[in-house]
Design a protein around this ligand. Sequence first.
Ligand code: ZN
Ligand code: ZN
Length: 421
Amino acid sequence: MSKPLAAYDHIATSEVELKDVSVRLTSDAAVAVSAAVLEGGENDERIASPAPALSRAKFVYGILLFLLASGFGMIGIGAYWVHGTVGVCGTKLEASATFSVKSSGSSRSLKGIQCPGYDWTSQRTPSTAGAYKIDTSLPLTPRFGSAVTPVGLETTIKTVGGTIGYALNGAAIYANSDMAHNNALEAEGASFDMCGGHNSPTFPVGIKTNPLFPGQYHYHTMPGVLNPTSYSSTVAAANPEYCEGVKAWYQANKTGHSPLVGFLFDGVPIYGPRGSQGTVPTDLDQCGGHADDGLGFYHYHFRTIYPYSVECLKACPAGPNPGLKASAKASGCDTTGQTQYDYSSLATFSFTFGSGSDRHPANYGRSATVLVFGLVIFLTSAAALAHLKGRLPSSLCVSLFARLGVKSGSSGNRVVEVEMA
Ligand SMILES: [Zn+2]
Ligand SMILES: [Zn+2]
């Protein structure tokens, strides 16, 4: 059934040194190679097992493996870049968020590291909290347009979740929905830590609509509280040891208005659940805010009942915001947005969270491991691909793929026989 491969007739019939043999295989279909080592020109006695079939399918497989390995390699490089340059949030109780909010000109600048400032390791996503730098600004005096910007669950359009603002410790405030527009508390609450936060996925998802940062620590509901519905009756749900840095937000004076928690992208401040009477306000509008509550300006509240956070941004959001669909931006903001409230009491607002000490060690070890892992797979499959294209030395090819048996102590010339199936 076998016939000699024409180009290798001399191999089949001649005695040659193995190192002189150059077996170059093409991607032609259904080529089977069997090789044998004969010692000293003896009879045609095969001592090697038949080599595996080398077909177009295997060639394609090699290419796919190569592409897959390339992907791993790039992921490794990406992970190295992300974690190597930014680092991982501290995990000690006294971890610093090193975050500051200051006013300058017509904007409020937010600078620092996006870390919660406490031990985040009780959250249950497989991600680590990436210590992302933040240097952005929000409107100092919010302008209100003719329409609102939907960001929440109860919207006619499908909002895509993601960042809608920042808490005063630098951690991101996400919308109350996840990226699939599900109720985030229901869909993701199981992975929240004792402070109501958790990390976004390790690898970027939704890059087109909402570029999440891998491992970005964030809140969907009231920061500092595991279960926002328990807030109104007790503060016991939150663990002060975990939430050391933000306990002031939930240990509010029950006779007064909840303290400031952060700012959303329209520059409007957001507070804890209690109004000026120390009770949950009943006059919140469709966005989750109100103006007539002793503060003198429009503001939002986190809520102890569904939908737990804001449903829309009442004022004009600053710039293109990653947490919002461009098409969802409120109309009228560019032309008719007006300042309506006096935010001067917050104009000189300055807030610094954390001691500023460095608690964000770069995760070089893990990212380097991923990088090396990717490179090894990449190089291995590249070698396999090179072999399939006949790029490697024949001796290596034969030993790797023809599984040529070599007897110990063999000497003299060897004959390599190549057959076609
Ligand atoms: Zn989340
Ligand atoms: Zn209020």
